[in-house]
Design a protein around this ligand. Structure first.
Ligand code: MN
Length: 473
C-alpha cells in the first residue's frame, strides 16, 4: 500500500495600516467607498513621476519580523516585477526580490521563509455585464507578503497559522487583516507525495475566510490523493475556490512560467536600515506591544482555563479590560470568577443587546468591586447577574445598583440571629433532628430562613447563625 503525504506552503498578502500609500501621499483608506478618489499621478503610474518610500510601512514589516523572531535585513532594496494587467497602471509592481526586509522566523510552529514589502494593485470589478471597471483607490497601498516554508501537512495547522497571523497583525497594530474585506489574502500551495516521490504543486487562490482555507486544502488533498490512487497524475496549475460548491476548480492550466524580469527599481534608493534610527531594531523593540503568545502565557500563569485565555487574547479590548480589573485590585483567588463574569456573562449580555466590548462604560474598579461583593457574600450570584447589565451599559457603582434593586444580602449577625431564632421556634423538631446529626435538616432550616428573608440573607451567614442558635440551646 502506498503512503500519501500532503505538503502545504502558504503565501499571505496583508494590507498595512498607514496614513498614506506605499510610494505617494494619496490616502490609504480601506473604507473609502467612492471609487478613484484616493489617487495621484504617482499611484496612477503617470510618466515622469517619482516614488518615495513610506517609512511607516517599512517599520510595520520590521515589527512583524521582530515578532516572528526572523532575521531583519540591514541592506534592502525594492525591485520591479514586470507584467501587464489592467489593475497595474505602471506595467510593473514595486516589490522585493533578492533582499526582502525579513528572512526566516516562525509562527504557531510554522517556519516562515520571508516577509517582504510591496504595493497592492487596483481593484478590478468584472460583474458589470459586458465590461469591467477598475477602482484605483487600492493601487499602491502598502502590502506585506509573507511566505511560509512548505512544512505544513494538514489543513488544521494551516488554518491555525492564518488565524494566528491575523491576530499578530492586529496586535502589532499594523493592519486590520479582515479576510472578508480582502485586507488579508491567503494562497495555499498544496502537493501530495506518493511514497517518497515528490508531488506536483497546485496553487489555490481566492480563499477569503479561514474556513475556506481549511476546506480548500482538505478538498485538494483528497482530490490529488484520489487522482494518484487511480493511476492519474496531478497537473501543475492555479485553481480557484468555489464557495458555493465547496470545491476547487482549474483556473490556469500550467502556470505560464512567468518571467517577471525582476530588477532593482532605479527610482528608489537602496536602504541601509542601520542608518535609519526609526528602523533600528532597538527602537522598534521599544515600540513593540505585548504579543499574543506572551499574553497567552501570562494568562495561563494566572491559572485561567484555555478557552477563556483564547477569548481574552482574541478580544484585545476585553483582555485589556481584564488587565485593568486585576490592576484595580481583583483578588488572586477571585480571578477565575472575574474571568467567568467577563467571558461568559458580560459577552452574553453585550451580544444580547447587539453591543460589543467597546460599549462597556463601567470602570474596571466598579467591575472589581462587583466581584468582591460576590466573594464577600454581600450579593448572591443571582443578584450579580441582575446588577451586571446595568453596570456594564450604564456604569455607576455596583453597591448603589444593588441597593437600588434591593439585592444587598443580609450578613449582619444580629439580624440573622433573630431570623434563626424565629425559624427554630417554628420548627423545633427539625432543629432537634439536626442536633442529633441529620445534616439535611439544616438545609431545610436554611431554606426556610431564605424564604423568610425573601432571599436577601447571605446563605453562609444564615447557616452560621442557625448552627450557633441550635448549639446554645
Ligand atoms: Mn505579492
Amino acid at each position: 500500500m502506498s503512503i500519501y503525504t500532503p505538503t502545504i506552503g502558504l503565501e499571505v498578502h496583508a494590507e498595512l495600516k498607514t496614513k498614506t500609500k506605499m510610494f505617494c501621499e494619496s490616502p490609504n483608506n480601506p473604507d473609502e467607498t467612492t471609487p478613484n478618489v484616493n489617487v495621484c499621478p504617482i499611484c496612477m503610474g503617470h510618466p515622469g513621476t517619482l516614488p518615495v518610500i513610506n517609512k511607516e510601512a517599512v517599520r510595520n514589516v520590521l515589527k512583524m519580523g521582530l515578532a516572528l523572531e526572523g532575521g531583519i535585513a540591514d541592506y534592502t532594496e525594492f525591485d520591479r516585477k514586470n507584467y501587464f494587467y489592467p489593475d497595474l497602471p505602471k506595467g510593473y509592481q514595486i516589490s522585493q526580490y533578492a533582499f526582502p526586509l525579513v528572512c526566516g522566523g516562525s509562527l504557531a510552529g510554522v517556519a516562515v521563509t520571508r516577509v517582504h514589502l510591496e504595493e497592492d494593485t487596483a481593484r478590478s470589478m468584472h460583474e458589470r455585464g459586458n465590461y469591467s471597471v477598475v477602482d484605483f483607490n487600492r493601487a499602491g497601498i502598502p502590502l506585506m507578503e509573507l511566505v511560509t516554508d512548505p512544512v505544513i501537512h494538514d489543513a488544521a495547522t494551516a488554518g491555525r497559522f492564518a488565524r494566528e497571523l491575523q491576530l499578530l497583525i492586529r496586535s502589532l497594530g499594523i493592519g486590520e487583516a479582515n479576510m472578508e474585506k480582502g485586507q488579508m489574502r491567503v494562497e495555499a500551495n498544496i502537493s501530495v507525495s506518493r511514497d517518497n516521490n515528490k508531488g506536483t504543486k497546485v496553487e489555490v487562490k481566492n480563499l477569503n475566510s479561514f474556513r475556506s482555507v481549511e476546506r480548500a486544502i482538505l478538498f485538494e488533498i483528497e482530490r490529488q490523493t484520489r487522482l494518484l490512487e487511480e493511476g492519474g497524475r496531478v497537473v501543475q496549475e492555479t485553481r480557484g475556490w468555489d464557495e458555493g460548491k465547496q470545491e476547487t476548480y482549474s483556473q490556469r492550466i500550467k502556470e505560464e512560467s512567468h518571467d517577471y524580469r525582476y530588477f532593482p527599481d532605479p527610482d528608489l534608493p537602496k536602504l541601509q536600515l542601520s542608518t535609519v534610527p526609526e528602523c533600528s531594531a532597538a527602537q522598534l523593540r521599544q515600540e513593540m506591544p505585548e504579543l499574543p503568545a506572551e499574553r497567552r502565557a501570562r494568562y495561563q500563569l494566572l491559572g485561567i482555563e484555555d478557552q477563556a485565555v483564547e477569548t481574552l487574547v482574541y478580544d484585545a479590548k476585553l483582555g485589556n479590560f481584564f488587565d485593568a480589573i486585576v490592576n484595580a485590585g481583583l483578588k488572586k483567588e477571585e480571578i477565575n470568577r472575574g474571568v467567568n463574569y467577563l467571558v461568559s456573562d458580560t459577552l452574553g449580555i453585550l451580544k444580547g443587546v447587539g453591543k460589543t466590548t467597546e460599549d462597556i462604560v463601567c470602570s474596571p474598579e466598579a467591575f472589581a468591586d462587583l466581584i468582591a461583593m460576590l466573594g464577600d457574600e454581600k450579593i448572591s450570584s443571582r443578584g450579580a447577574k441582575d446588577i451586571l447589565p446595568v453596570l456594564l451599559l450604564k456604569g455607576g457603582s455596583p453597591e448603589a445598583i444593588a441597593r437600588d434593586k434591593q439585592l444587598m444580602q443580609v450578613s449582619d449577625a444580629g439580624a440573622l440571629e433573630k431570623v434563626a431564632l424565629q425559624i427554630i421556634a417554628a420548627h423545633p423538631k427539625v432543629a432537634e433532628e439536626y442536633k442529633e446529626g441529620k445534616e439535611a435538616s439544616l438545609q431545610f432550616l436554611i431554606g426556610q430562613g431564605m424564604k423568610e428573608t425573601k432571599g436577601s440573607a447571605s446563605p453562609t451567614a444564615l447557616r452560621d447563625a442557625l448552627i450557633a442558635v441550635i448549639q446554645t440551646k
